[in-house]
Design a binder for this molecule. Sequence first.
Ligand code: LLP
Length: 414
Amino acid sequence: MHPLRKLIQNEDLLSHLAQTYGTPIYVYDLGRITENLNRLETTLSSHFNRHHICYAVKANSNPHLLTEMRKILPNIGGDCSSPGELFVTEKAGIDPTRCIYTGNYESTYDLKIALEKGAYLNLDDISSFKRLLMVGLPDRISFRLNPGFGKGTFSQITTAGENAKFGIPAEKIIDAYRKAQDAGIKQFGLQCMAGSGNLDEGYFVELLRAIVLNTKKIENELSIRFEFISMGGGLGIPYKDEETPLNYDRLFRQLSKVLYDGYADQESAPALWVEPGKLIIGDAGFILTQVTGLKASYKNFIGIDAGMETLMRPALYGAYHRIYKVGYSGSNNGTYDFTGPICENTDRIAVDRPFPPIAEDDLIVIMDAGAYGYAMSHNFNTRPRAAEVLLDGDTHRLIRRRETIEDIFSGCDV
Ligand code: LLP
């Protein structure tokens, strides 16, 4: 059962939210965010000597949510991949020196900002290091390893392996560290993010084994010590009822064994860093949307006011999101495609989905939209972005107002 199933059965509350803030809206549950963060922190501290959580800001960069996360875990850092993500992280009171900055074909401007802020620079290629030297020399550096294999829910979100644009192949990465060492850098880390949305514990074990083989080899050849290994994000959440959530305790117990078997004693082993996005905010957020129109065509369509501009994942990856009719838990009576108002035939939130009886103006929730929901929303068809609301126990507040049409054109010379 979805962790927010009880909450979204509360018809009075959801109707009240729709009346107060309009639809569509992204709704986040602070209780679930707190649970997700605390569970991860507790498990990591029980299995690792030293660890660090860098929340992946790309998953959801709402500054109010970032501030709440910092209040829950004061030591939290951020995984940032643009000057904008660094900016908002700092605004939320998270010290940039606790953040890792992972660029990809980044400009010297990007590198300059990340260096000035004091973030831990994680470079995607030796060519990035050359650009970095044009703006300055950091005290510490890490490189992103592409171990030659990756795994993600979809091929499009598999971020390592031969087809990936990310990371440095294992046989080349040692040169990168050598060049950094020759330039005078003395503090090192290694990062590897091999894919998003993984629920297979065995895969993480295999990945950490490959990482440790590499760190040991580099350490021996260059006589350096790694301060940390960052396994990136990639810790998945169930998007379907039949998927099983990761067992944190079992997973991190196995990972600590891999790390501490690789290093003779726990003191000399690098700290374990993680950069979770989905795991923290994915299942804590949903979209509340209203049925605009019903159409019986060659297929049956349920038109809603949240299309691919509000949730891009189904159109982009064919991603599956559970959809519920607010206040209804009975049986289904038909099969429908859910679509929004966008002029694209890929504008589908769900395809051939069994669903209960439905009428115009009914309220619907699209689950697991906390991560990469608002963050990947856009203005296609000149549609303003939806508002964001935080539920905090019995109270709720607007944490980002709905965009207006004027906002969209505010930078234009009209
Ligand atoms: N660290 C780095 C360097 C990353 O590139 C990513 C995600 C993360 C951490 C966080 O990964 P997570 O824990 O959320 O799996 N838009 C896609 C996901 C693409 C993720 C890309 N990088 C989606 O909606 O599924």
